[in-house]
Design a binder for this molecule. Structure first.
Ligand code: PLP
Length: 375
């Protein structure tokens, strides 16, 4: 018997500490992917460890209809730190579920059905979120998916304005595209989505599953864009490795959300993990650190790699290096010859989503490794 969905890599990972993980033979790897941005505070962070251990000993699980201090504290923390008046929280277990809920909430609250999404966008792999994901490779074997989805070119404010009409329930958009190749848009594009949805009565959903938790240099990328959406979805970094997703909503969505639920919503241990993660990120001003180190990393990549790569782009510690068709070969060499783990974004981009707590010396190490691999 064996797993079958993931093609396994030739390195088993058994331990972790801060920005490093270790193979079974003790080989050290600098974790510049953070397993898809899931450990913003690095591996084995003491605040998360302590919160989870304490909660685990008190109460492992209770259904979400019984108030529980760990969950209530997380609700309050998210309301306090989310953009504007986005104060209501639905907790779930993953990014796709957070988006699935957002799409359902939007349809219920608006009584409309059309969803506007973006080309190259990625929102998850369950049937609804998948329908708003761009790449046909992910969709084809499972069609038909939910209908009434229109895609607009990412970064085109006029196309966005033209697509949103009176029948539109929601616009779903990543404030910086991740899976699609690390594509930061202009603020004008995101602001155009805000104006168009506000005018037509549709819900604006920011999918911050990857950009959230300080990744782009502010706690939410919505802050950078100067936009208050109607919903913000989060997951990847929210529990520093524990599986938790959130759909954060404005009141008009929350009060007319229809009927939605999930058995494992907001378990105490998961809530404690997310609470400790968000609290630490905010209290230690991790987003500002991510902006500083991210700026340094981008500048060093541009200087050291120069003509060897097509482009370096990103915001904060969400950085893409466009290397051309050889991204997978580069990633393999980085891992096996230089002890650096990173991620692909499509076939042409090396994606760096390290723990937000890395220092300049870690940035230097990855720049040196990449220079050897692509130089
Ligand atoms: C990863 C990702 C998702 C899906 O999250 P899962 O937890 O894998 O379901 C959705 N949206 C964005 C922007 C992502 O990066």
């Amino acid at each position: 018997m064996t797993g079958f969905v993931f093609s396994e890599k030739p390195i088993a990972i058994e331990e972790g500490d801060g920005p490093y993980v270790y193979g079974e033979d003790g080989t050290e790897y600098l974790d510049m992917g953070a397993s898809y941005a899931c450990v913003p505070l690095g591996h084995g962070h003491p605040a998360v460890h302590e919160a989870v251990t304490e909660q685990f000993e008190k109460l492992t699980y209770v259904q979400a209809s019984y108030p529980n201090a760990a969950r209530t504290a997380l609700y309050e923390l998210l309301a306090d730190t989310a953009p504007g008046d986005v104060d209501y929280t639905w907790l779930c277990n993953s990014g796709t579920e957070a988006n699935e809920a957002a799409l359902k909430f939007a349809r219920a609250a608006t009584d409309d059905s059309k969803i506007v999404a973006t080309m190259q966008g990625f929102h998850g792999r369950t049937m609804g979120a998948l329908a708003t994901t761009w790449k046909s490779k992910y969709k084809k074997p499972y069609e038909p998916l939910i209908g009434d989805v229109e895609f607009v070119p990412y970064g085109d404010p006029e196309a966005m304005q033209a697509a949103v009409d009176d029948d539109t329930a929601a616009v779903i958009v990543e404030p910086v595209q991740g899976e699609g190749g690390i594509n930061p848009p202009t603020k004008e594009f995101l602001q155009a989505a805000r104006v168009a949805t506000a005018t037509s009565g549709a819900a604006l959903i920011f999918d911050e599953v990857q950009t959230g938790m300080g990744r782009t240099g502010t706690l939410w990328a919505a802050e950078w864009a100067d936009v208050v959406p109607d919903m913000v979805t989060a997951a990847k970094g929210l529990g520093n490795g524990f599986p938790v997703g959130a759909t954060l909503c404005r009141e008009w969505i929350a009060e007319d959300y229809g009927s939605h639920a999930s058995t494992f919503s907001g378990g105490p241990v998961i809530s404690a993990a997310a609470g400790a993660t968000v609290e630490t990120i905010v209290e230690e001003d991790v987003p500002t650190h991510a902006a500083d180190v991210g700026g340094y990393l981008k500048e060093r990549l541009e200087t050291e790699l120069g003509e060897a790569v097509r482009e370096v782009r990103g915001e904060g510690l969400m950085v893409g290096v466009e290397v051309g068709r050889g991204a997978n070969r580069a990633l393999k060499e980085l891992a096996l010859n230089h002890g650096v783990l990173a991620l692909p974004a499509g076939r042409t981009v090396v994606r760096l989503l390290p723990p937000l707590t890395i220092e300049e010396e870690h940035a230097d190490a990855v720049v040196a490794a990449l220079a050897e691999v692509v130089g």
